[in-house]
Design a protein around this ligand. Structure first.
Ligand SMILES: [Zn+2]
Length: 512
């Protein structure tokens, strides 16, 4: 249990964190100095920054994507927090929505990263130790450690988000050089209804950046030129103050309309209004950019109100009963943007499908039911974790992201994922791929897309959240709730809490 004093310090810090979002436009046409010739810049490898849908599609032929992301450490409580909003939902093709988790490694439980990935979600880079303006080894080390200790294929880690959204021109250049596909740290800070909106569909940096031109030196006016490297802007919501009332991450923690306290009804109203402006306009994606800790019901010391949880579910319920609304990960969005097809052909988009790997052997492969008794427990004092891939001798750091395995207790070293096998089929104990045939790997669970996707969703009817109709109770099974991962030692919470306070205080000074 946390001492009351610590809670008193923690909770204001958590609410302060939201002040680190944007408080007005982060670009202007003059600052951007952006130009792009769409007759030269063509999909799939080049796309001009534009509020108009990709591929020349008319907005009515375009899905309304809700990009859902989560940031920071992956723990059972953060996955439970996400699941209370998504586990009971379906997209129009019958698939459960996938999200992107921008993962930092302090306090991350590696085996849950494996599980989350094998369940179909995107794992992306958020630096090893959560630092803004990150040095290259923080970015590269995250990639290496997630590959080594969570078995995420290097080819699958394609995206990056800067901690505190604090990136530099060098960050973007390094990401492109390290063969990331995209960054998603820049903000779209001007409403779509404004003629100068910066709510661009994802675009490549063949002609430089067009977002955050007022506060990231060395970007925009054609720089940096990174052909084929994508920026996926983060789209803000706007309250009734319009451009003066943006809300970027965790909008439910913000005070709406300049009020002095959180009002879930007011938040829901402006979230719906912003969604509608996108939906009735050029259908730029809407983003739910979350820090799951803020809505955790199982993290000691954090108390989220049921009203806020119900409000978020009410928003998603309301959005999902509209035509052609999809909740997606960033990589799913980008796959469609690169090869856009009208909504009538969405059933041909492989990235939107869902599959279940067919593995009947008990191997340590990211499927919780298979892993009983096979996980290694790495008992580091600051943040113990579990992994299928053998405990490193020391905690991974940017200097040493893939330390030598600890075999001092006589255990055989585990085999790390090779490039020619996919995670659910790799047996890290025997060091063999249990399925190498392309035909036996996955069972396709997606269904043909009906004319009205909303009829296939599990999202309810969109009634008022105050009615309680959107209560998430009984709607999900706690992640790894079978006890495969034991609770952290009692003393760990103070360490984690202090770490978060530090992170949040750092955040509150950032203006991006
Ligand atoms: Zn973060």
């Amino acid at each position: 249990m946390l001492p009351a004093l610590i809670l008193a310090v923690l909770l204001p810090a958590l609410s302060l964190a939201q002040d680190g979002g944007i408080d007005g436009p982060t670009t202007s046409p003059e600052a951007a100095g952006y130009s792009c010739d769409s007759s030269q810049c063509k999909l799939p490898n080049c796309n001009c920054a534009s509020p108009n849908p990709p591929g020349g599609l008319s907005p009515s032929d375009v899905p309304q994507f809700i990009v859902y992301t989560a940031d920071d450490a992956i723990q059972s409580y953060t996955l439970d927090s996400v699941n209370q909003f998504l586990a009971h939902r379906k997209n129009p093709n019958g698939c459960q929505p996938k999200i992107t988790y921008y993962t930092s490694l302090n306090y991350t439980n590696y085996t849950l990263v494996t599980d989350w990935f094998v369940a179909g979600n995107e794992i992306a880079d958020h630096t090893m130790t959560h630092v803004g303006s990150p040095p290259n080894d923080e970015i590269d080390g995250n990639l290496i450690a997630l590959n080594a200790l969570a078995g995420i294929p290097l080819s699958s880690i394609i995206g990056f988000r800067a901690p505190f959204l604090n990136y530099t021109v060098d960050t973007l250049k390094h990401l492109a050089a390290a063969r990331f596909t995209y960054d998603s740290s820049a903000s779209a800070s001007i409403p779509v209804t404004d003629p100068n909106t910066d709510a661009y569909w994802p675009y490549t940096l063949d002609n430089g950046m067009a977002n955050n031109c007022l506060n990231v030196p060395g970007t925009c006016k054609g720089e940096p030129k990174l052909p084929g490297f994508w920026e996926v802007p983060m789209y803000a919501f706007f309250d009734n103050r319009g451009v003066a009332g943006p809300h970027l991450m965790d909008p439910w923690l913000d005070n709406a309309n300049g009020a002095s306290q959180v009002n879930d009804s007011a938040t829901l109203e402006y979230m719906k209004n912003t969604f509608t402006a996108h939906y009735n306009g050029n259908r730029q994606p809407i983003g739910l950019y979350t820090h799951p800790i803020h809505t955790s019901t199982t993290y000691p010391g954090v108390t989220v109100s049921n009203s806020t949880i119900n409000m978020i579910n009410a928003f998603l319920d309301w959005a999902q009963v509209q035509q052609n609304v999809w909740i997606v990960s960033t990589e799913q969005l980008l796959a469609w943007v690169q090869n856009p097809v009208p909504v009538s052909q969405l059933d041909s988009v492989a990235a939107l499908k869902c599959t279940t790997p067919q593995v009947d052997q008990a191997i340590c492969n990211g499927i919780p039911a298979n892993e009983q008794g096979l996980l290694s427990h790495c008992d580091f004092p600051d943040f113990p974790f579990f992994t299928c891939y053998g405990c490193p001798g020391v905690v991974p750091t940017p200097d040493d992201p893939n330390p030598t395995q600890d075999t001092s207790n006589g255990q055989q070293a585990r085999f790390r994922l090779p490039a020619n096998c996919s995670t659910p089929f790799w047996d890290p104990i025997k060091g063999q791929c249990v399925c190498t045939s392309s035909t036996c790997q996955f069972q396709d669970n997606s269904r043909p897309i009906g004319p009205n996707g909303a009829n296939l969703t599990g999202g309810g009817t969109g009634g008022s959240f105050t009615s309680g109709a959107a209560s998430p109770t009984n709607s999900f099974v706690p992640f790894n709730g079978n006890g495969a991962v034991s609770p952290l030692p009692a003393g760990i919470w103070l360490t984690i809490t202090l770490g978060f306070i530090g992170a949040m205080l750092g955040w509150s000074t950032i203006q991006i």
